[in-house]
Design a protein around this ligand. Sequence first.
Ligand code: ADP
Ligand code: ASP
Ligand code: MG
Length: 412
Amino acid sequence: MARLVLKFGGTSVGDIERIKNVARKVKQEVDAGHQVAVVVSAMSGVTNQLVDYCRSISKLHDAREYDAVVASGEQVTSGLLAIALQDLGIPARSWQGWQIPIITDDTHAKARIQRIDTTEVAKRMDETGEVAVVAGFQGVSERARIATLGRGGSDTSAVALAAALNAERCDIYTDVDGVYTTDPRIVSKARKIPRITYEEMLEMASQGAKVLQTRSVEMAMKHRVRVQVLSTFEQAPGSDYPGTLVVDEDEIVEQELVSGIAYSRDEAKVTLVGVEDRPGVAARIFGPLTDAAINVDMIVQNVSEDGKTTDMTFTVGKADLDRTVQVLEKAKGELNFRRLISDANVSKVSVIGVGMRSHAGVAQRMFKALADRGINIQVISTSEIKVSVLVAEEYTELALRALHTAYGLDAA
Ligand code: ADP
Ligand code: ASP
Ligand code: MG
């Protein structure tokens, strides 16, 4: 008997039939003798709709009220799944974040989980085998307000709960049957990866692979939670682990040079033309952005031709572009740049693999594959296990396909 946390995403609970299907899957695990906690997302489309409601009343709405609104989608599915389970004769109870409680900080709309008190849920699992059906994506702040964990946050709810319950595994059921070498909805030759390291999964997620929320992978890595990504819709074939297991490096026998390719359309590029080339300028530019809680990702500074001025290019989240321009224009007098150019039509494409640590030439292969397709690279950044490039948005799919082939990742 094991303790398991199962998480079902929006498509998996997209209508009543699908919720009943989820109940049957949960029943299978209960019948196999496991103690089960389930985390559910809102029905697909519901969270987007709720976000739109808030925006259409006011662009600059109060984040606490946004959270009160958008957390409601998960309340509905948790109740419905508990009813569906009871209907199959399985004892089940729904839990909202505040009822467990899942305590968060008060960074509303992207709150972080601080602790989870699983005493009552665990007691019921032990004593009566009751299935806890937990509303994902939400918790409660120290000030007793509902707080949400950022888009895709139910993954993090699930992994955090698995860590707190000391579960043997956290199964993330979704609409694809695992983590692929790249988004299978874009590259048809993408291959399923049977096992991936925490580190690589963390890079894949943070570079845009939406299959797991970045924080869920951080959390899994920190607490060494074994995570499996698998399909809600396909009957598991014979294997014990039909999906993708996210695990420690030493559990992986054969390591590819490049494991995956991710993309993000959420970036925007800003160039400050003619900034002074002297010590302290970068600090002066990025200081006001940090103060405004704007994250800067890639940065390049051009070589100064005249020794006096240079150009500085960097990327920020698309959603932060207007604010970035505002903040910099306001500081123009002090920063002393000639012109600000912004471009929202860019994408970041990243190749990821722990094999890069010990092999040279990974970046070169990327640059050549893109050059052969006539794709211009606007900005480059690297880390130990990743190379990212910024390209014009219209080339995203072409770049993904070209790189997928260049690194030998295409399915036969
Ligand atoms: P859920 O609603 O179940 O949380 P998401 O839409 O958040 O599902 O995540 C699953 C989606 O992630 C897939 O439908 C797929 O399009 C996308 N995705 C992006 N990159 C990858 C990848 N490398 N492997 C698998 N899926 C990916
Ligand atoms: N329903 C939330 C969202 O759409 C959380 C999640 O599904 O993970 O972002
Ligand atoms: Mg998701």
